[in-house]
Design a protein around this ligand. Structure first.
Ligand code: GAL
Length: 449
């Protein structure tokens, strides 16, 4: 079906990486001066996390980082993406710097460099310090000041060795799930939280870029967006319009102000009208832009929506992959490599995008350890299809310079707890035993030949 896939077709300097994040992997939630984050608080609440799992130990990356980095190296990767826990560095969000927190990331960065893994540091991957949430978190106009301080501290501490920076991870993810739908930390619902959170994230992503540029010589700076191709369920006008509204939220809301286009506009879309209205009153709108060196793309599914007047603001509802009987992962996410290809082309065609890196890509399946092995053929197939799609876009001129598999080890999958497994390496979360899955071995053969 496919032509044989070789890693050399992606070019010599291609970044092959795995990605993890602090809240999902580190554990050590209260060790060595770390302050609490919104995920520690949220996971404590009854019924918020499937199976009741909490990120207290997670994959114990805090203690096992060397072993995990060795695994990444052994699988043939040359780059490693991780995030910094804000409350490990600044336990109260602002104020005092925790030296032991800095020392931990020093160790991780040095270990990466020793192994020949290029470190990619994500500044914000969803774990806001609890102290700042008490003051309103992302919905507070103080966010810009708080975030700027955090970025100053990180770049001054690590900028001598870290050149690759990702400012925000999926702003649509944490603003919508955390401040509109209440499904993620901090569990807020309503436009009074969501709209200011969106605007503050837009300002922080640009300001974060400026601070990295000022503090880190020869920095390569990006920020990461989730994206999903949206299809109308039928060709009826109502469905087509519903798909346009969903497309604004899922694909356009954060990149367009960044590129100087302002917030998207759509007749009859009240939510955007309100955002525009607020925007007039908000300060610093000219500071929404920044010239990033690369844009991070993360595409986990395509989606189909239909008009549903009962859904507030968007009047759109997803028609699930399961009910449409199309191929999907254990999360119920549609597997659609062609739509990944089209999204890469679409983001590339925005004027002002210079380079794209796929900063996350992967899938959850119901993995099982049998006789010490995890034979995750579906995941191998997934990676092959998505890499073929990437290569096709690259050959057609899209400047793509990296691909990061999500994720190294099965980890704390937010509201899904420990049940959803995305890793190339299986983790038994009671013993911390690691078992390389077939997909991990597949990468090893693919990358090292
Ligand atoms: C992304 C997120 C990751 C990971 C992944 C799989 O949206 O950045 O942290 O959880 O989804 O669901």
């Amino acid at each position: 079906m496919h032509t044989a896939l070789t890693s050399s077709s992606f070019g010599k300097n291609f970044h092959w990486g795995v990605a993890i994040s602090a809240a999902q992997n580190e554990g050590a939630w209260n060790l060595h001066g770390r302050g609490a984050s919104i995920w520690d608080d949220f996971a404590r609440k009854q019924g918020k996390i499937k199976g009741g799992g909490r990120p207290l130990i997670a994959c114990d990356f805090y203690h096992r980082y060397k072993d995990d980095l060795l695994l990444a190296k052994a699988m043939g990767f040359n780059s490693f993406r991780f995030s910094i826990s804000w409350s490990r560095i600044l336990p109260e969000g602002m104020g005092r710097v925790n030296k032991e927190g800095i020392a931990f990331y020093d160790r991780v960065i040095d270990a990466c460099l020793e192994l020949g893994l290029t470190p990619f540091v994500t500044l914000y991957h969803w774990d806001l310090p609890s102290a700042l949430q008490k003051e309103g978190g992302w919905a507070s106009h103080q966010m810009l000041k708080w975030f700027s301080r955090f970025v100053q501290v990180c770049t001054q501490a690590f900028g001598d060795r870290v050149k690759h920076w990702i400012v925000l991870n999926e702003p649509m993810g944490f603003t919508s799930l955390g401040y509109m739908l209440g499904k993620h930390a901090p569990g807020k619902t309503g436009l009074q939280y969501f709209l200011p959170a969106v605007h503050n994230a837009v300002l922080c992503q640009a300001e974060g870029g400026r601070i990295v540029r000022a503090n880190v010589p020869r920095a390569i700076i990006g920020t990461s967006f989730s994206c999903s191709e949206v299809h109308p369920h039928t060709q009826r006008e109502d469905d087509i319009k519903a798909a346009r509204r969903a497309d604004i939220l899922l694909n356009r809301l954060f990149i367009e102000p960044l590129l100087g286009r302002g917030y998207p506009e759509e007749p009859g879309f009240q939510l955007m009208d309100k955002l525009h209205l607020h925007n007039k009153a908000w300060k610093y709108t000219e500071r929404m832009q920044f010239n990033f060196d690369f844009i991070g793309i993360q595409n986990y599914f395509s989606t189909t929506v239909r008009y549903q007047p009962l859904i507030p603001y968007v009047q759109a509802m997803e028609v699930k992959a399961r009910s449409r009987k199309v191929p999907h992962t254990a999360m119920g996410w549609e597997i659609a490599p062609d739509s990944f290809y089209r999204m890469l082309k679409r983001f590339w065609l925005y004027g002002g995008v210079k380079e794209i890196m796929v900063t996350e890509s992967g899938a959850a399946f119901a993995d099982q350890v049998l006789n010490g092995q995890v034979n995750d053929t579906e995941r191998v197939d997934y990676f092959q299809q998505y890499l073929q799609a990437l290569l096709r876009a690259k050959k057609e001129g899209v400047n793509i310079s990296g691909y990061f598999a999500w994720t190294l080890t099965d980890n704390f999958e937010w509201a899904e707890g420990y049940k959803a497994r995305f890793g190339l390496v299986h983790v038994d979360h009671t013993t911390q035993l690691r078992t390389i899955k077939s997909s991990g071995f597949w990468f090893r053969n693919f990358l090292l030949g």
